[in-house]
Design a protein around this ligand. Structure first.
Ligand code: GLA
Length: 394
């Protein structure tokens, strides 16, 4: 149980036309300290859930139809349960894809009314789409009394919907962070074994500041799927020399890569990045344990360099934001965060400098790109849950 901001609760009840027997689920967006584009290579990531949530409210309507309202887009749709097909509307497809996953698991669907609204900015690299998917999953799990499903089942359902229904070949980091998040803790996840451990992130002097470049990316068109495919190709090429390497995260040294004859320098670069990014995650966690934030910061810069030059998922705006803060007093590190091609940078900054930095970045970014950047001082927060639950069987 948790508090829902009053304005959000009102808008959900208004969209549903009632406050009775309504179930509300919420699921957060995420940050990722380090370990980018490693999840779909079965590598290491270090995300945390943030205190920005997507809220999904629903109630059974006794019919064979689902009525859904996206409050933030001011859009509503009605879908008969026997017509769960792909539409040309992304948020509708998120809902339909997940409903089909419940059906695949032989969970009976019922008609319901639902509405959702979000605090997670769209296209900022904070995973607004996973927050929506996880809020839907957690809400429907309760509504459909599918309580046997574990968090990992929900993660797999989301990934299956993304891969097979939406055509987005994403990893599991975002859904994992949204479902497993805990206050003030980031999570070291090994995507190959699903082993994870919580790492405390309390520090009174430094904060994690997100700077939104306000350039929007879209996984489908941005080349995300291209990177997934290039990594698969790299694995195949490496296997001709090292048959035991089943995924890029099995690589242990750059020397291994030097002895493989790759079809192109690009494919080698992609493999090299994944190997080094996994090494950086390990080094970062060690440095955190030793309270060595200087080293953490250097690893952020190194991660950005790899993402920009070897993995080629950055863009001018993000490079500018990172470069602007490099070497500035009070800044320990900076890098692009998430899928890339826009969205946010994540920055480790001394609390006393945040105000001045916001001003400087705003002025210089505006001058360079004629865009006003946005800033978020996020807190690491609890993962998804159901907020209000009335006895739906009454
Ligand atoms: C997106 C995907 C994640 C992950 C990141 C990059 O957020 O949804 O699965 O691949 O990009 O680290």
């Amino acid at each position: 149980m948790f508090d829902i901001p009053a304005g959000i609760q009102d808008s959900l009840f208004r969209a549903l036309g009632t406050s009775e027997k309504v179930l509300i689920a919420r699921a957060p967006g995420r940050i990722n300290l380090i370990g980018e584009h490693t999840d779909y290579n079965n590598g290491l990531v270090l995300p945390g859930a943030i205190d920005k949530y997507t809220y999904f409210a629903c109630k059974p309507n006794g019919t064979d139809t689902i009525s859904a309202t996206a409050i933030d887009f001011n859009e509503s749709i009605s879908i008969p349960l026997d017509q769960l097909e792909k539409s040309d509307n992304l948020w509708t497809n998120f809902l339909i894809g997940l409903l089909l996953e419940f059906q695949k698991r032989e969970i009976n669907l019922v008609g319901f009314d639902c509405a959702f609204t979000s605090e997670v900015p769209i296209g900022a690299g904070m995973s607004s789409s996973s927050a929506l998917e996880c809020a839907i999953l957690v809400g429907l799990q309760e509504l459909l009394a599918a309580r046997d499903l574990t968090k990992w089942d929900l993660i797999n359902m989301s990934q299956s919907s993304n891969h097979n229904f939406l055509g987005i070949k994403g990893g599991i980091m975002d859904q994992f962070a949204s479902l497993f998040g805990q206050e003030n803790q980031v999570m070291l996840l090994d995507c190959s074994s699903s082993d994870h451990e919580y790492v405390s992130l309390i520090n009174d002097e430094y904060s994690w500041l997100l700077i939104n470049s306000c350039v929007k990316h879209n996984h489908l068109t941005s080349g995300y799927n291209d990177r997934v495919q290039e990594c698969q190709q790299a694995v195949e090429e490496i296997q001709s020399k090292f048959p035991d390497v089943a995924q890029l995260s099995d690589l242990t040294s750059t020397a291994q890569l030097s002895s493989v004859s790759f079809s192109s320098p690009t494919i080698k670069q992609r493999a090299c990045f994944v190997l080094e990014e996994n090494q950086r995650v390990r080094a970062f966690v060690r440095a955190l344990a030793e309270h060595d934030l200087d080293t953490c910061g250097q690893l952020l810069y190194a991660s950005h360099k790899g993402l920009a030059e070897d993995y080629e998922v950055s863009c001018d705006e993000l490079n500018f934001l990172v470069q602007l803060l490099r070497g500035r007093a009070g800044v320990l590190g900076s890098r692009m965060m998430g899928g890339g091609f826009g969205g946010c940078t994540i920055n480790l900054i001394h609390n006393t400098e945040i105000r001045a930095i916001k001003k400087e970045v705003t002025e210089q970014y505006k001058e360079a790109f004629d865009i006003d950047p946005l800033f978020y001082e996020v807190n690491i927060a609890e993962g998804a849950s159901c907020a209000i639950f009335y006895d739906l069987s009454d």
